[in-house]
Ligand binder design. Structure first.
Ligand code: RNT
Ligand code: ZN
Length: 417
């Protein structure tokens, strides 16, 4: 039987014939950190309220057994998932995932409420990103948070936003990696608004207040995330794409593009090269829209590959923070993490295994025949042999072996919860 290393050697030769250095590609992929989102582990419930539930702004469906109910369980699941994913990555935390015995509300949270996460991240050798949580809370009133007409409501959320920044800065300082703090608010209306303008002015003013204090950029940078619509906010979302393009560019914030937050046929891959020209940096929520849902598990579809190609071909990896954002409660949650994260890495590797310069040259000389011939033939190149070798090098299961481990963990741990 041919070993994984032997298959890799053959693949290496095949790629070398079209001018691709597979060793280089593997080195490049090793450096890419994916920010894996904690919220797939418990269907976005968090630990702020006992029996935390989704009470507005966001929704998940399904009741697959084994969801994490405590920070300890969530960390145990994350460790298992990370052990099945090649490379060292980041964990993306939401404010509602605080780990403390104190009773604190979102406008009271402090770095110490996240100390255990930091200790754990240090042990694991991973970075932490952060998100203030503007949903599933009684102060989300009438569908509004930062854009609410009532100052008392806005002030609650402004305070939360300010505190989230301190926590992200603490993560960055402790872990020696910039912590990206991503702002998304669900504010919007179910039916046609009369006034679209004033809520946007209020959102702008609230955000300006949150960001008034300068924090060291080497510890934390902020991103702002737009959305077209949500369940219950079908007609109007205050924080639309244009709103945050304007806001992020004028306030020097990263702009977060969530693959599921646009019109059904609109893709974020085509936006990256424009955004890259004008923004200080990009944050991605790699996700998969299906009809009205924005958060299905990431699969190896055309858009995922197109996103990866844009990042690699245009050399945008250094200015892009790749985060994941999906939550499916109808399947094993660890499997969801592993599938989505490994797919994102695989798509990047596929893009790194293109003869980019050669393809660009063909295009520049208007040789569209060669461009089409190469890009189509490339689809049959032995990509999997390179990927399997990468998994082996990183000491993680090759192919479906990861699934066997998840199943075993389900039997031994998840089904006993
Ligand atoms: C919601 C946004 C947002 C959330 C997370 C939990 O549509 O995509 O990013 O999914 O903050
Ligand atoms: Zn998102």
């Amino acid at each position: 039987m041919t070993t994984i290393a032997e298959k890799y050697a053959q693949a290496k030769e095949k790629y070398a014939q079209i001018g691709v250095d597979t060793d280089e590609a593997l080195k490049k992929l090793q450096d890419v950190k994916i920010s894996m989102h904690c919220w797939q582990g418990d269907d976005v419930k968090g630990f702020l309220f006992p029996d935390g539930d989704l009470t507005g702004g966001i929704m998940s469906t399904g009741n697959y057994p084994g969801a994490a109910h405590t920070p300890e369980q969530l960390r145990q699941d994350l460790e298992k998932a990370f052990s099945l994913i090649p490379g060292k990555h980041k964990l993306n935390l939401h404010a509602i995932y605080l780990d403390t015995d104190e009773k604190v509300d979102l406008n009271e949270i402090e770095p110490r409420h996240f100390e255990k996460w930091v200790d754990w991240a240090k042990e694991q050798g991973i970075g932490l990103d952060f998100n203030p949580t503007f949903f599933s809370h009684p102060m989300l009133k009438d569908g509004y948070t930062l854009a609410h007409p009532d100052k008392e409501v806005r002030d609650f959320w402004i305070e939360h936003g300010k505190r989230s920044r301190k926590i992200a800065a603490y993560f960055g300082k402790e872990l020696g990696q910039i912590s990206i703090n991503n702002f998304w608010v669900p504010d919007g209306m179910k039916d046609n608004p009369i006034d679209r303008y004033t809520p946007r002015k209020r959102l702008m003013a609230s955000l300006d207040e949150i960001f008034a204090e300068e924090l060291p950029e080497k510890y934390t940078q902020e991103a702002v995330e737009s959305k077209l619509f949500g369940v219950g906010a079908e007609s109007y979302t205050v924080g639309s794409h244009e709103f945050y393009m304007g806001y992020g560019l004028t306030r020097n914030k990263l702009i977060c593009l969530d693959a599921g937050h646009f019109h059904p046929t609109e893709v974020i891959s085509n936006k990256l090269s424009s955004l890259a020209l004008f923004s200080k940096g990009i944050m991605l929520h790699v996700s998969r829209p299906v009809r009205w849902d924005s958060d299905h598990v990431v699969i190896m579809d055309d858009e995922l590959q197109e996103i990866a190609k844009e990042l690699v071909r245009n050399d945008l990896l250094a200015k892009t923070n790749i985060g994941l954002d999906f939550f499916d409660a109808t399947i094993n949650r660890l499997a969801a993490w592993v599938i989505g994260t490994r797919n994102t890495q695989k798509a990047l590797l596929k893009a790194m295994l293109e003869p980019t310069e050669k393809l660009k040259q063909m295009e520049l000389s208007f040789d569209f025949t060669a461009r089409l011939a190469y890009t189509e033939e490339l689809k049959d190149f032995p990509f999997a042999d390179v990927w399997n070798y990468f998994c082996e090098l990183n000491g993680v299961p090759v192919g479906l072996a990861w699934y066997d481990e998840v199943k075993k963990y389900e039997q031994e741990v998840l089904l006993n919860r």
